[in-house]
Design a protein around this ligand. Structure first.
Ligand SMILES: C[S@@+](CC[C@H](N)C(=O)[O-])C[C@H]1O[C@@H](n2cnc3c(N)ncnc32)[C@H](O)[C@@H]1O
Length: 250
């Protein structure tokens, strides 16, 4: 899997790409990231990447020529996503990350200022992605979010012990709550069940906690799932507890 980032601020990526899980994946060659300075693809003396918008409006817009030149230089032959980062694109989530993880190259075009000349979107990009309903000053944080989330899905990037299968969204569920030492922190106790030694009971408790939190904040995730009879029973128990029809606690 190879990522190519096209940006006017290439140095922004230095420290983030060398740390943690992503840093290790790069070191092991499981993932490759190349950062390209958009100014290297200009042909004028001033290395100009932006210009005023036609039709009049304050601010500057990134010009199409250097972006087309950069993408044409780095693009490989097949299985490539040329992705324009934009607040107007389709929303990035776990499913989009899974889709992108099947590509062999992802080119991320980072906009700045008022945005990017629309011809990039219409004639060059194959995808337009937003990381959420808010406006960032540039596409660079969005590029990092996508690289991080997609890389975690590449085989061997995450070790067996941290398996992505247990993480939030994999099964359309939030992850269960985690606790570590000390058992008693300022009177705040770790749930007893985690010391029971009964693996089945612990697994059931964790699943129930996942369901509880998912129903609290993201019922839509559960609605997309095919629930097993055991899951439906658990969901029923959670609803009954909410309605006060049961006194079952942690
Ligand atoms: C200040 S924004 C431009 C916003 C644009 N004028 C608009 O209102 O839709 C500059 C650049 O930041 C990036 N950006 C901003 N918000 C983003 C988001 N939510 N997701 C992905 N990229 C974003 C895009 O690359 C965009 O071209």
């Amino acid at each position: 899997m190879r990522f190519d980032i096209i940006t006017i601020f290439p140095r922004l990526f230095d420290s983030v790409l060398s740390a943690g899980v992503l840093g290790k994946a790069l070191e092991k060659g499981l993932v490759e990231v190349s950062v390209h300075d958009l100014r290297d693809f200009t042909e004028d003396r001033h290395r100009q990447v932006d210009d005023r918008p036609f039709g009049g409006k304050p601010g500057m817009v990134l010009k199409p020529e250097p972006i087309f030149a950069a993408v044409e230089k780095v693009r490989e032959d097949t299985n490539v996503s040329v992705c324009l980062l934009s607040p107007q694109g389709r929303r990035f989530d776990f499913r989009v990350a899974e889709e992108l993880a099947r590509m062999s190259q992802i080119i991320l075009i980072c906009g700045r200022y008022e945005g990017v000349d629309e011809r990039v979107n219409r004639y060059l990009a194959t995808d337009e992605i937003s990381i959420g309903d808010y406006v960032l000053s540039g596409g660079e944080p969005a590029a990092l979010v996508i690289i991080d989330a997609v890389s975690r899905l590449i085989p061997n990037v995450i070790g067996k012990t941290e398996s992505v299968k247990h993480e939030s969204f994999f099964e359309g569920l939030y992850d269960y709550p985690q606790y570590t030492r000390p058992r008693d922190f300022r009177g705040m106790q770790v749930p007893e069940v985690l010391f029971s030694g009964d693996h089945e009971k612990i697994a059931r408790w964790r699943r129930k906690k996942s369901f509880e939190k998912t129903t609290q904040f993201r019922m839509d995730l559960l609605e997309e799932r095919n629930l097993s009879p055991a899951d439906l029973k658990m969901l029923d128990e959670i609803h009954r507890k909410k309605e006060g029809k049961t006194d079952e606690s942690d």
